[in-house]
Design a protein around this ligand. Structure first.
Ligand code: GDP
Length: 195
């Protein structure tokens, strides 16, 4: 699946812009700066496929990438900009809701969580939205190289505890480091195994 180059297909700002639902897809969500661009680049072996668009107020696009004979990879805009204009946040939330509840081919959402921080209230909002939309989500811990083994266990316990309250949560948590490559192959295999 990831042997052939993954290509950027399009950026979408409204439901009518979504590509035809002719294959399954997975999406990636996470707080801005969580390491989402780095993870997508590591997964796809591309240095700069996903670019961090960390400027508040900038067009919030849902970015579609194609894999050969596999699912679309869908990069959702990072959330949790403290200083993002209210109107931008509202528009984005409306599109996100529509996307999560209306995309029948969406098989799994990967929610990225910084291994240093665990699940925060801003993450809880999207987890609740995923529950309501009945989209199975799996937590992917990022930047695992930044914490000690002891700290990891502490944060993992916090995450497990938080997930126990979410019916749409997939129980297995994936620990990754885009820097060191940890968990990247595991995540590829999970994506390749979906149907
Ligand atoms: P995004 O806003 O979620 O797309 O985050 P980026 O991928 O742009 O990453 C945010 C910052 O975290 C950048 O400075 C990255 O270099 C750093 N970063 C991302 N992944 C890792 C990782 O696995 N390990 C370490 N140490 N740093 C990372």
């Amino acid at each position: 699946l990831f042997a052939a180059p993954v290509e950027f297909l399009k950026g979408v700002v409204a439901m009518k812009g979504l590509p035809p639902a002719d294959r399954i897809e997975v999406c990636f969500a996470g707080r801005s700066n969580v390491g989402k661009s780095s993870l997508i680049n590591a997964l796809t072996n591309r240095r700069n496929l996903a670019r961090a668009s960390n400027t508040p107020g900038r067009t919030q696009e849902i970015n579609y990438f194609t894999t050969q004979d596999g699912p679309y990879l869908v990069d959702l805009p990072g959330y949790g900009f403290a200083q993002a204009p209210v109107a931008v946040v509202a528009k984005w939330q409306a599109l996100l809701k529509e996307y999560l509840s209306g995309r029948a081919t969406l098989r799994r959402a990967f929610v990225l969580v910084d291994t240093r921080h665990g699940i925060k209230s801003v993450d809880e909002e999207i987890l609740t939205l995923l529950d309501r939309s009945a989209v199975t989500f799996q937590v992917v811990m990022t930047k695992s190289d930044k914490v000690s083994a002891q700290e990891r266990e502490k944060v993992l316990a916090q995450v497990r505890q938080a997930l126990s309250k979410h019916p749409a949560a997939y129980p297995e948590i994936v620990l990754t480091s885009s820097e060191k490559g940890e968990g990247i192959e595991t995540l590829r295999a999970i994506i390749a195994g979906l149907d």
